[in-house]
Design a protein around this ligand. Structure first.
Ligand code: PEP
Length: 248
């Protein structure tokens, strides 16, 4: 039985006060929730997350990590710094990083590897664009993104992370993949994991992300290979986020 994970990605939104308020609402409700909960705020808000979430069962992490350990990389933040900031998890390969910042599969795999080495749980985001879906390339694209990480860290390394399937056309668009569409891709992902390592395939969590909200979460969570959600827009509102948590 895989324990579900519901994670909020705030992207470049929020403030210190917003983190404080969000945590005050979520922490209470989370105390008895039989699911894992995580928050991914922007870097400057991690200190407040550390303060507000200390001693609670809500984890937090960053939205990106440098593939370098240290040095002349202006604007970058290393995995060791994230650990010092209290992070337990980190997103890698979010589609907004891949498309706006040109991150390649190899760079994402390198980030996954440095996160693992530092003791962070990397949440690997993968997913196809609308053109790729319409071109019948979904499985090939997702498979390529996943195998790049598998080749880098192996099945045992991948098993220490989490996968988030996020179709690019569903992110921030209000257009969710249907539960069947999402399940089909999750099943394909689990098949790739099974080929690499059968034990890992059964235990690894595969989240769905893309316009998840309190109204559509239940149907998505009914699917056998959907183990939680990575939530963008709807996670900014603590009450809406909690509706998703309760569904999970
Ligand atoms: C995301 O940013 O990972 C995401 C899924 O965003 P949204 O829920 O807003 O589509």
């Amino acid at each position: 039985m895989r324990r579900r994970l519901v994670a909020g990605n705030w992207k470049m939104n929020g403030s210190v006060a917003a983190v404080r308020d969000w945590c005050a609402t979520v922490v209470q409700a989370a105390a008895e929730a039989p699911v894992d909960i995580a928050l991914f705020p922007p870097y400057p808000l991690l200190a407040q997350a550390m303060q507000s979430l200390a001693g609670t069962n809500v984890q937090f992490g960053a939205q990106d990590v440098s593939m370098h350990a240290s040095g002349a990389y202006t604007g970058e933040v290393s995995a060791a710094m994230l650990i010092e900031a209290g992070c337990r998890q980190v997103l890698v390969g979010h589609s907004e990083r891949r498309s706006y910042h040109g991150e390649t599969d190899e760079q994402v795999a390198a980030k996954f590897a440095v996160a693992l080495d530092a003791g962070l749980v990397p949440v690997l985001c993968i997913g196809e664009t609308l053109a790729q879906r319409e071109g019948g390339e979904t499985d090939a694209v997702v498979g390529r993104q996943l195998r790049a990480v598998l080749e880098r860290v192996g099945g045992d390394g991948l098993a220490k992370g989490v996968i988030a399937y996020e179709p690019v056309w569903a992110i921030g668009t209000g257009r969710t993949a249907s539960p069947m569409q999402a399940q089909a891709v999750h099943e394909n992902i689990r098949g790739i994991l099974r080929d690499a390592n059968a034990t890992m395939a059964g235990s690894m969590r595969i989240l769905y992300g893309g316009s998840v909200n309190g109204d559509n979460a239940a149907q998505l969570f009914e699917m056998p290979d959907i183990d939680g959600a990575l939530v963008g827009g709807a996670s900014l509102n603590a009450r809406e986020f909690l509706r998703i948590v309760r569904t999970a």
